[in-house]
Design a binder for this molecule. Structure first.
Ligand code: NAD
Ligand code: MG
Length: 389
């Protein structure tokens, strides 16, 4: 039977890999329902012409004339602005890939969740900024959340086979491009250095998060929500080869892991095919050629972002949302050349401190509007910190 699928964030790294799986599948396996992106008109138009979705939406309203003109000779419906993204996510699909970056993806992803169908969750920031609200929506709608983040996909796969007697989850981290850099060298890191990840090829924001280790911090919070585990039961270990994608330790001392090449098309295919397995065009592991698997304790002095994320998870309330928004804003400032690499974590920490001072972390925001308003005020605090640097 043809599967109706939507891709939110189709022009990004995860979005394109998702469409690559569709492209390689036998004709008739998938029918594209909706594609969305921020503002890349030419790219989404090329995708629309190739995959013939029913609906295409761009967040940036200024792109409307170009989008209209370029799809004028087709039957594809178009929309622009944040509401159009939500409309795209509401169109009936059997599977939606949620691959927008950042808290900008929260409302569209929730709209997909509300359909009560299968949702491939790549957009980890949704769970970090709105964990409680998001998981409540999942329970209410009966949607099946399929983690796409490779670590969470690995744990999901392990727990599907053996969910009983879990003692702890072990998230693996590549350690990013600066694993062996000195603190002094980190002070001189450029945008290009930080975007150059040794193992994974990803969008700009998550590449910077991998370099600061904030990505692992966000994943810690993501894992806590997805698998209902407290911080104390989730460990992080640096594993530079990124072959073990994560592990689960059981009460009897057994540790089960999922392994594979570092290629997101494996977890993407797993989420698209679930509960079946579908083929993915990835390099196969050749164990005879793997020279070794190594593991290290993460260095939270050099990479304070991981410590900050754990503290935010343990503090609860508003802290994870503030952490996430502050990080998004600080990463953007780094990408724009406004702050240094080490200042990303400094700014996140001082923003968290400002919130503790002024309002304490209180209760978690319990509506989407409350999440978005807290997100906005954390970003304003970041801007104020940057001016004072
Ligand atoms: P990306 O930057 O390559 O793509 C992001 C997509 O979202 C693009 O289609 C872009 O047009 C769209 N977008 C950006 N800002 C938007 C906005 N304000 N409103 C609406 N749409 C917007 O990002 P990516 O690397 O594909 O990552 C997507 C998500 O998947 C992130 O949450 C990331 O953490 C997660 N993830 C990515 C990888 C990876 O390998 N790339 C791995 C694990 C998890
Ligand atoms: Mg990951």
């Amino acid at each position: 039977m043809t599967k109706r699928i939507s891709v939110l964030g189709s022009t990004g790294s995860i979005g394109k890999s998702t469409l690559d799986i569709v492209r390689r599948s036998p004709v008739g396996t998938y029918q594209l329902v909706a594609l969305t992106a921020n503002r890349s008109v030419d790219e989404i138009v090329a995708q629309a012409l190739e995959f013939q979705p029913e609906f295409v939406a761009l967040a940036d309203i200024e792109q409307e004339p170009a989008l209209k003109a370029k799809l004028a000779d087709t039957n594809i419906e178009i929309g622009v602005g944040p509401e159009a993204l939500i409309e795209a996510a509401r169109r009936r699909a059997d599977f939606t890939m949620a691959a927008i970056i950042g808290s900008a993806g929260l409302e569209p992803t929730l709209a997909a969740v509300e359909q009560g169908q299968h949702v491939g969750l790549a957009n980890k920031e949704c769970l970090v900024c709105a964990g409680e609200t998001f998981m409540a929506a999942v329970r209410r709608s009966g949607a099946k959340l399929l983690p796409v983040d490779s670590e969470h996909n690995a744990i999901f796969q392990v727990l599907e086979d053996d969910p009983k007697g879990v003692r702890r989850l072990i998230l693996t981290a590549s350690g990013g491009p600066f694993r062996e850099a000195s603190l002094e060298a980190l002070g001189k890191v450029t945008r290009a250095d930080a975007l150059n990840h040794p193992v994974w090829s990803m969008g700009a924001k998550i590449s910077i998060d991998s370099a600061t280790l904030m990505n692992k911090g966000l994943e810690l919070i993501e894992a806590s929500w997805l698998f209902e585990r407290p911080s104390a039961e989730i460990d992080v270990i640096v594993h530079p080869q990124s072959i073990i994608h994560s592990m689960v330790e059981y009460v009897d001392g057994s540790v089960l892991a999922q392994l594979g090449s570092p290629d997101m098309r494996t977890p993407i295919a797993y989420s698209m095919g679930w509960p079946a397995r579908i083929s993915a065009p990835v390099e196969r592991l050749d164990f005879a050629k793997i020279s070794g698997l190594t593991f290290f304790e993460p260095d939270t002095t050099k990479f304070p972002s991981l410590r900050l994320a754990r503290e935010a998870l343990e503090a609860g309330g508003q802290a994870p949302c503030v952490l996430n928004a502050a990080n998004e804003q600080a990463v953007e400032a780094f990408l724009q050349g406004e702050i240094s690499f080490l200042d990303i974590a400094n700014v996140v920490e001082s923003t968290l401190n400002a919130f503790v001072k002024f309002s304490s972390f209180g209760c978690a925001p319990d509506t989407v509007q409350a999440v978005l308003s807290l997100d906005k005020s954390a970003r304003t605090t970041v801007d104020e910190q940057i001016v004072n640097l």
